[in-house]
Write a protein that binds this ligand. Sequence first.
Ligand code: AMP
Ligand code: MG
Length: 577
Amino acid sequence: MQNARKLRYKQRLSLPLPDKPRLIEAAKIEPLIYGKYRLGVLMDAQLGVSGLHSLNFDNRFVGSLPGDPETDNHRRQVNAACYSRVMPQPVAKPELVAYAREVAELLDLSPADCTTSDFAAILAGNHIIEGMEPYATCYGGHQFGNWAGQLGDGRAINLGEIVNRVGQRWALQLKGAGPTPYSRTADGLAVLRSSIREFLCSEAMHHLGVPTTRALSLVRTGEDVVRDMFYDGRPKAEPGAVVCRVAPSFTRFGNFQLFASRGEIDVLRQLVDYTIETDFPDIGAPSKENYVAWLAEVCRRTAIMIIDWMRVGFVHGVMNTDNMSILGLTIDYGPYGWLENYDPDWTPNTTDAGGKRYRFGHQPQIALWNLVQLANAIYPLVEEAEPLEQALGEYARSFEQGWQEMMRRKLGLDSIDGAADMSLITELLEVLPLVETDMTIFYRRLAELRTDRDLDEAECLALLADAYYVPEQLNAGYTTRLHVWIQSYVTCLRGGAVPDDERKARMNTVNPKYVLRNYLAQLAIDEAETGDYKMVNELLQVLRTPYAEQTKYDQYAAKRPDWARERAGCSMLSCSS
Ligand code: AMP
Ligand code: MG
């Protein structure tokens, strides 16, 4: 725990001095009348009948927590409040690009409900229906290691929370639906390009078994949004879009941090208690002890999420503390990317090209750093460092154990017994980056290995040939090292009792064939920008069963073509979205 202790002190020094706590009572806030909208009232009596109108809203977040008394939508610092009420900005011409039927099902919506014209209009933010109480939440965060103060939902507007037929709670959030009090200098909008990336990736991650926020719908707005994609003074008009995200809660580490940084301890306590009671009911009633237990649980969930990222080759790209979900969900799909050639130092985010803070191989440590910031944020509620440090230890414990188990499953091993099996794993992770090796294809090809006879060097290369990007790199030194590794792998497999076919089947349940390769997302974007949404929908379909062979979609399992190596959107992304 020495590292955690060091980080804790470092962070405490960088927190700004607290403001005075000031409490707002939600119950005293007048209902909001905004332009032609009044909260909770269906504005357009002409809207068709759709399942959306029978959604069972139960807006516990705004009902339980202190809100901002000010309802005028202008940019500002918002003190001692968890949210501000704000209406989405209507758009010119909502057009449904895609929706996820599985997410609709979570909300008790049928496919027919999702193809009505009012579905697109409502999920573009053009209509507020009965039960919705739109709001943006207030949070802060550490960006690239520096405390950034108030951030908040600058372009996310929560419509409300639904309790579905089986009692699950789902918050609905529009991303790109217009400015909020937290928009700072930006426009509150999102472009089609980044919205496609968020929509497809959140669903792909879910089907891969990675904890994530979900995406119900992707709607084009019919309006242009201007973006300077590489911040090089060449702004361009791009099509605008809105994604409706769905999650049990969108609360981030940064929500807690902001109140702690301002010394708004009463609000901090309310938010922590609310979160424990609503999202972590198994922890028990809020108390000092349970705050610590809760932190340990957040550590455990975060570890599970990061292990899954490492398993599938996902690089988040912007692991700022405002982009860390308290539920351990992958959240805020910005300049993320998928490892093509296995390179632990790779980050897709050009904004982070210098320090590469959020590179693939650094994600486990960054998650811990972020958890330390969360622990600092709740320190005022516990007032003792030691139990919090103990709880932070849960991250390392969960991570180490889970990571080993994940690698065991990736390699189809029966068990990991001692140093020899561990060195099999560590040697593999050293061999993989020696030459450009496609991580996804590598593990699928490795599953094809037969253990009934020994392979020579040429046969090892042939087995993995599909995974290599640059055949000229396959020199004698590499080939020998690979061969030695495969031999020890085969020896290890022979020591177990799993037949080859069964091992292959098992490996193929954790090593996907299909991931949202960076260049595939870009091709779908290029098409969608011309008004053709076929590829977006086809990718959504393929990525529903990423572990299945789906031979008719083989082209979506192909490694990155050469043209995509240095193309914007494929290997390089900025935060501009
Ligand atoms: P991100 O890097 O996307 O996680 O965003 C960091 C912060 O900037 C969050 O508070 C966002 O709400 C805000 N933000 C990002 N893009 C926009 C935008 N176009 N308009 C308003 N706020 C934005
Ligand atoms: Mg964010």
